[in-house]
Write a protein that binds this ligand. Sequence first.
Ligand code: PEP
Length: 252
Amino acid sequence: MRTKIVAGNWKMNKTYKETKALVKELKKSIKDVALVNTRVVIAPTFVNLQKASKMTKKSVIEVASQNMHQADSGAFTGEISAEMLKGIYVDIVILGHSERREYFGETDELLALKVDAALKNNLEIIFCFGEVLEDRKSGNHFKVVESQIKNALFHLDSDAWSHITLAYEPVWAIGTGETASPDQAQEMHAFIRELVAERYLSDVSEEVSILYGGSVKPGNAEEIFSKADVDGGLIGGAALSVKDFMGIVKAI
Ligand code: PEP
């Protein structure tokens, strides 16, 4: 049975004080929820990761980093390595978010290096990809998603896939209030699973969790999550509110 995941990407939001308050509230609220085969992940900013990691030690909530550098160490001012994340008990990293691709020039080739570095350090990866609006309008969305996945992940052997979660995030639906319809999400997720099945054995494609991301809210989560190939969500804006995030967790 595939694991369901609800992951909150806090982006560049929440100070140290605000992080502590939000984590505290989430921990409290999540105690009332019966989680069946479901993982709940939060991704605060780098400076607040260690605090969040400590605070959630005895909670079901897991902590992820929003990014990391591909090198082990060295002259890379402002960057953080996989080993540093492991050192503060952070075992998950989000890679390939569209904001990293768009504003920080992260390419598929660079992401393949980051994927390798994360796996070398035994980090789990939530790997994001998705088409921009023009690709969707021109009918190129399947091709774009296919190349993003192939270029960054298809060099891996089957075993590595137990550390990978995929996150389909159509860029036109991120932070816009515009959501892919549940059928659009299902169509793409089924395509992705088929793609993975063609490259690997079907036990890899059947086991990999594929999350949907893009303006998921408590009001639309249940319908999106009800689709056969949607195994949860990567949540941006709604992850910053306990009420909204918990609403989404309950929807799953
Ligand atoms: C995201 O940034 O991954 C995301 C899905 O954002 P939002 O939920 O705000 O659209």
